[in-house]
Each structure stands twice: as structure tokens, then as C-alpha cells.
Write a protein that binds this ligand. Structure first.
Ligand code: ZN
Length: 397
């Protein structure tokens, strides 16, 4: 039995992604499709997420690229939001007024539903959610399985049938069920095009990088590229000069394949102001996952390209997120390197684990202020003073 999802004003979510995922699951249940029309999520300012029915906006016959000439009102333009154009064709635009808006206050974590216009106008409701392609994208597990079936030589319609059989075991809100053969053939094309080792565009991408003095390393599994590493001669030279502090993190939503982009930057000895030091690029790449094995592969490539020559043992210190897999990989590849957590991730960690124990959120904010003092102290005395302060609000929570 699947629980019935609701979407109401005043609902709260822990992150933008949570709010977004809830809306997508809800729209799948209610058989419509939501698109993001506005999105902003930087911790030092208010966060905004606006989603509208795919059939929002006025229908236009001709493409009019000049904004000033446009007569049709664009929903959202009166809010100074960064309007992201939905990828749908204009034929989907029927002027539906359904919209939901989430808001997160500056430096806060909770995303709250502040506006909800939950009436669809100008279009009929679909009888099946899977008429909308957003509900046929597939979960990570489903896409992995589809890939395996493609590699095993199954046809598009066989795969559709297999996915349908598996989906009947799950609640509809949890799993995206109804693929059509066209979806599978698109996925098949995508895999072939981008992931195949002998593919022309990937070949030319690598040639282009190598032609511009980049060092490129990659690893393949079943003729698919599963790991990719690149750095540039300038980055290599600079990192050898300043190997003291490297910062490494993974970021998502940068590519169509949903794989994490890994970025490493160094910290130079010069800054734009007297109290900050400038970063410089060290290396980047894509991994199929954030596992210890993938991170080890990546760090070994960093070692081969930058730290192998001469007597450099490795970076002195690496700043990471809280991924244990990365910390483990660093221990293996650079045993002499110290590791430190990034303050953004420590703050998130506190927010996840300590904040729920506070009845009074004002008291918790005091804790965050004291944490900042502890992060940014420059002497032992400053640190000791801050850590004394830290224990006070805890005692009086
Ligand atoms: Zn609608």
C-alpha cells in the first residue's frame, strides 16, 4: 500500500532537493507534470524554488526572442526571479495557473511552501502520469538495470516489458514505471554516443584537451568510460609550487549522466584582500560513483601527474567534505597527508545532528555563531575562549 502524498501551504522540507522530489512524486500521483521556473539556493541569501504545471505560460505560435516586444505576460517575471526556460516545446503552453513556491530564509535550512495555487486551468488532466516524460526518466537503479539489459543485447520492447514487470512490485509513487520503447532507444543512443571508447565526439574531446596541454587519464568498463581525470600543465606547475592545501569536493547536477563532477583546487600564497588567499585549479574529472575505489583511482592519477616527479610526497593538507570514502582513499594514496573537514560540511553536520536536540532555535543559532569563532580563530587563546563559550549555550538549552 502506498501512502497518499499531499502538498499544502506551510509544509516544510530540509532541502531544496527534498521539496523538489516531493513535488515530483506528488505530481506523478496526481498525473500532471511540474517544471522548475525559478530556483536559487545560496546559503547567505534567501532561497527560492518555484515550480509550475508543465502547461503554464501563454501559447505562442512564433518564436519571439526579443523580450521587450513580447506582449504575452511571462509568469514569474514580476518577481525578479531568475527565470529558467523550461525545456518543453511551446505547444505545451496552455496558460495553466497551477504553481507552488518554496522559500528558505537567509542562513536557514528549512524550505517552506509559501504559495500554492492548486487549480489546473485550460487543460484536461491526463489519465496516466507517464504521458509526461519527466515521469519516465527512471530512478538511478532503474537506469542502471536498463543499461545492463542494453549491454546484454535485449531489444527496446523487451526492456519495456521487463521494467513493467518489476514495477508492479512497487508503489507507484516510489518507482517510475511506464517507459516506452522510444525512451529506451534514447537511453541506448545516449550511452553509445557518450560512453563508448571509440566514439568520435569523446575522442575529439580528449584530442582537444591533449592538444591544449591537458593531461587526460580515463578508465573503461565494458568499453564505457567510467572514470575521467584531467589537469593542465599550468595547474601541475602551480600545484608543485604550492602543494600545501588542496580542497576536494564532488558536485552533482552538472551533466546529463548524473555522475559526480570532482573538483580539486589549491590555495595560493596570494590573495585579493589582506585576509583571504586566492584559489587555483588543480584537477577535475568525473567518476561513476563516490566510492573509495573510485576516489582512490582519482587520487592515484593526481599522484602520477603532479606528485610523481621529484621528491614531493603529496599535499600537506587536504580539505574534504564529510565523505568517509574520500578520507579513506587519501589515507591509502597519500599516507602522509593530513585531512580536515570543510567548515560548510561541519556546519551541515551540526545542523543535521545537533539542531534537532534544541527546542529553542534561537539558542541553536548562538551555537552556530560560536562555531564560526572556533573555525576562524587564529591563536590557541582565541580557540580556547571560543570553546568555553561553546559549552555555555548547550548547558542552557
Ligand atoms: Zn496544469
Amino acid at each position: 500500500m502506498s501512502a497518499i502524498l499531499t502538498l499544502e501551504k506551510g509544509m516544510q522540507f530540509d532541502s531544496k532537493k527534498d521539496a523538489e522530489n516531493h513535488c515530483i512524486a506528488f505530481s506523478r500521483q496526481e498525473k500532471f507534470s511540474l517544471v522548475i521556473t525559478s530556483s536559487r539556493d545560496r546559503s547567505n541569501e534567501d532561497g527560492i524554488l518555484v515550480m509550475m504545471c508543465e502547461h503554464h505560460g501563454s501559447y505562442r505560435n512564433t518564436r519571439n526572442t526579443d523580450r521587450s516586444q513580447k506582449n504575452g505576460k511571462k509568469i514569474g517575471s514580476n518577481e525578479n526571479d531568475e527565470v529558467k526556460k523550461p525545456r518543453n516545446t511551446s505547444s505545451n503552453k496552455m496558460g495553466c495557473g497551477y504553481r507552488v513556491r518554496f522559500f528558505r530564509g537567509k542562513h536557514k535550512n528549512q524550505w517552506k511552501t509559501t504559495t500554492l495555487v492548486d487549480v489546473h486551468t485550460n487543460h484536461r488532466m491526463a489519465t496516466n502520469a507517464s504521458v509526461y516524460s519527466v515521469h519516465r526518466k527512471g530512478t538511478e537503479d532503474q537506469n542502471e538495470l536498463i543499461m545492463q539489459l542494453i549491454r546484454a543485447g535485449r531489444t527496446d520492447s523487451e526492456i519495456v516489458q521487463i521494467m513493467r514487470e518489476i514495477a508492479t512490485d512497487h508503489a507507484e509513487s516510489e518507482i517510475q514505471a511506464d517507459f516506452n520503447p522510444r525512451d529506451i532507444s534514447n537511453k541506448r543512443l545516449g550511452f553509445k554516443k557518450v560512453m563508448s571508447e571509440d566514439n568520435d565526439s569523446l575522442r575529439s574531446f580528449i584530442n582537444k584537451l591533449e592538444g591544449k596541454s591537458y593531461a587526460v587519464r580515463y578508465d573503461t568498463v565494458n568499453q564505457r568510460i567510467s572514470r575521467f581525470f584531467f589537469t593542465h600543465q599550468i595547474c601541475i606547475d602551480r600545484t608543485r609550487q604550492m602543494p600545501d592545501v588542496l580542497v576536494m569536493d564532488a558536485t552533482y547536477s552538472t551533466n546529463a549522466h548524473g555522475v559526480p563532477f570532482i573538483n580539486i583546487v589549491g590555495v595560493s600564497n596570494l590573495g585579493y584582500t589582506s585576509c583571504t588567499l586566492a584559489n587555483f585549479a588543480v584537477a577535475g574529472g568525473w567518476l561513476s560513483s563516490e566510492s573509495t575505489a573510485d576516489y582512490e583511482w582519482f587520487l592515484y592519477r593526481l599522484k602520477d601527474t603532479i606528485f610523481a616527479s621529484g621528491s614531493l610526497p603529496g599535499p600537506t593538507l587536504m580539505v574534504t567534505d564529510r565523505a568517509q570514502s574520500l578520507t579513506n582513499a587519501i589515507k591509502t594514496v597519500f599516507p602522509e597527508t593530513m585531512t580536515m573537514l570543510c567548515t560548510v560540511h561541519i556546519t551541515r553536520n551540526f545542523s543535521t545532528n545537533v539542531k534537532p536536540t534544541f527546542k529553542n532555535s534561537k539558542k541553536y543559532e548562538e551555537i552556530e555563531e560560536v562555531l564560526k569563532k572556533m573555525y576562524y580563530c587564529q591563536t590557541e587563546a582565541e580557540y580556547n575562549a571560543a570553546s568555553k563559550e561553546y559549552s555555555m549555550p548547550i548547558l542552557s538549552k
